[in-house]
Design a protein around this ligand. Structure first.
Ligand SMILES: C[S@@+](CC[C@H](N)C(=O)[O-])C[C@H]1O[C@@H](n2cnc3c(N)ncnc32)[C@H](O)[C@@H]1O
Length: 205
C-alpha cells in the first residue's frame, strides 16, 4: 500500500462530500431505502463476532444494520476520506472505530477483517485497482468484499454526471470489475444487478 498524492480533482470531490455531510443521511436515505440496504446486507452471510470494514462509510448508514448482524462481540471499522462525514459515525454506533484514510491505502494489518463492504462509494475511488488490492490484503482467507448500490449501474453513473465535482466517477462495467478484482488476487467473483440494485461480490480463497 502506497499513499498517493491528492490531485485537484480528489480535493474537489472531498470538498463536495465535506460540505454535504451535515444532512447527508436525511437527504439520501428514506425508510424504504434503509430497508433495501438491510436486505442487501442480510445476503452477505455475516455472522456474530465478525470484524467488518465499511469503506467510504459516509455518516455511517450501514452501521446500525451491521451491528445487529455482528452483535456486541463483533468489531466494526468505518473508513472515509471525509472527516466531516466520519463525524457522524459515533452517533450511529459508539463502538465503531472510525478511520480517516483512503480506500487506496487502508491502515490495517493484512488478513484482519471478515468482510469489506463498500456501499455507494466505489465509483468515487480515484485508483480502483489500488482499492481492490487493499480489500484483498486486509481480508482474511475465506473473507469477501462487496460493492453495493441501491440503483442500477447506469443510474449511478448518470447520477454522478449531474454534479461537476463527481462527474465521471463511474462504476466500471462487469468486465472492468472482474479484471480489477481478479488482478487484485480474488478468485471467485459474482455480480447480481437489476433496475434497483447492484451487488458485486469477490471472495478471497
Ligand atoms: C456517495 S458517498 C456514500 C457514503 C455512504 N456509504 C452512504 O451511502 O451514505 C461516498 C463516500 O465515499 C467517500 N470517499 C470518496 N473517495 C474515497 C476514497 N478514496 N477513500 C475512502 N472514502 C472515499 C466520500 O467521502 C463519501 O463519504
Amino acid at each position: 500500500m502506497k499513499l498517493q498524492e491528492k490531485t485537484g480533482r480528489d480535493l474537489l470531490r472531498q470538498q463536495f462530500f465535506d460540505t454535504r455531510a451535515h444532512d447527508w443521511d436525511a437527504r439520501n436515505h428514506s425508510p424504504e431505502l434503509r430497508r433495501q440496504v438491510a436486505a442487501m446486507l442480510d445476503e452477505l452471510r455475516i455472522e456474530e463476532g465478525m470484524t467488518l470494514l465499511d469503506v467510504g462509510c459516509g455518516q455511517g448508514i450501514l452501521l446500525p444494520f451491521l451491528r445487529k448482524l455482528v452483535g456486541e462481540r463483533g468489531r466494526l471499522i468505518a473508513l472515509d476520506t471525509s472527516a466531516a462525514m466520519l463525524s457522524g459515525v459515533a452517533e450511529r454506533d459508539a463502538g465503531t472505530l472510525a478511520i480517516h484514510a483512503p480506500a487506496e491505502c487502508i491502515p490495517l494489518l493484512d488478513c484482519y477483517v471478515d468482510r469489506v463492504i463498500c456501499y455507494s462509494a466505489f465509483p468515487h475511488f480515484t485508483d480502483k485497482a489500488a482499492a481492490a488490492g487493499e480489500f484483498f490484503r486486509v481480508l482474511k482467507i475465506g473473507g469477501s468484499a462487496h460493492v453495493l448500490h441501491t440503483g442500477s449501474r447506469d443510474f449511478i453513473n448518470q447520477l454522478h454526471d449531474r454534479y461537476q465535482e463527481v462527474a465521471g466517477d463511474y462504476l466500471p462495467s462487469r468486465q472492468g470489475m472482474e479484471t480489477l478484482f481478479r488482478n487484485a488476487g480474488f478468485s471467485s467473483l459474482c455480480l447480481d444487478e437489476g433496475e434497483n440494485h447492484y451487488a458485486f461480490s469477490a471472495f478471497r480463497k
